[in-house]
Write a new protein. Structure first.
Length: 222
């Protein structure tokens, strides 16, 4: 009811902390969540990696990349690329196991940090999967701006998310409600992503449908 009345996160209202602060103090919950995200990214990773030509990039920075399942899938299919996995320190602590199992650990650097402070600089592509959905517009723009400050001028930002469908359409967007309740975030339409990109200094230049529930929004610096 709190979320319906205010549009704010009921989780934060109930616990007095946002979801990530709460999980950082709950080791068991964090392990379950991280494992689930790795499983989901691994399942969709092959479809995402094969839907776009990542071979054009020398260095791919996976922002909020969890334990590296998606980056591992991309590097597996694009042998000449190198990767930087970036997420909260307590999240990436087990990433080397995932990367080694995929045979890409020698091409991937693992860094812990806070995306709202800075992201690793000098990447040719900044891959952001299922991260902006957790945030309101201001926070999503802050993440994109951090990537805009770090990306090479010739680089790209590649946002991987579900696209919100119109009301009363064939798909029921349960995750939009879930994001509002749990994190204060939201799912978005193509037009809404384009607006976020524009404010953050990118131009949405390509939308790529994959053989998975995810869509790629590719932006170029302006």
């Amino acid at each position: 009811m709190h979320s319906v009345k205010t549009g704010e996160s009921s989780f934060s209202h109930l616990h007095g902390a946002n979801l990530w602060e709460w999980r950082s103090k709950k080791r068991g919950e964090t392990e379950i969540f991280d494992a689930a995200m790795s499983e989901l990214s691994g399942a969709a990773g092959k479809a995402i990696a094969s839907s776009y030509d990542f071979s054009a990039f020398n260095v791919i920075v996976d922002v909020g990349g969890g334990q590296g399942a998606l980056l591992a899938a991309v590097l597996t299919q694009h042998k000449n690329a190198k990767g930087i996995l970036f997420d909260l320190p307590h999240v990436v602590v087990k990433a080397q196991d995932v990367l080694r199992a995929a045979g890409v650990a020698d091409r991937c650097e693992v860094l812990g940090g806070n995306v709202f402070k800075a992201v690793p600089e000098g990447g040719d592509a900044y891959l952001i999967k299922s991260v902006l959905m957790d945030e309101d517009n201001d926070q999503a723009i802050a993440i994109l701006r951090a990537c805009r400050s770090a990306v090479r001028q010739s680089g790209k930002v590649v946002v991987v998310e579900h696209l919100l469908t119109p009301p009363n359409g064939p798909e029921i967007n349960y995750s939009d409600m879930t994001m509002m309740i749990m994190t204060g975030g939201r799912e978005r339409t193509r037009e809404e992503f384009s607006e976020l990109f524009s404010v953050a200094g990118f131009q949405l230049e390509q939308v790529v449908v994959t053989k998975s529930p995810f869509t790629l929004m590719v932006g170029a610096p302006v």
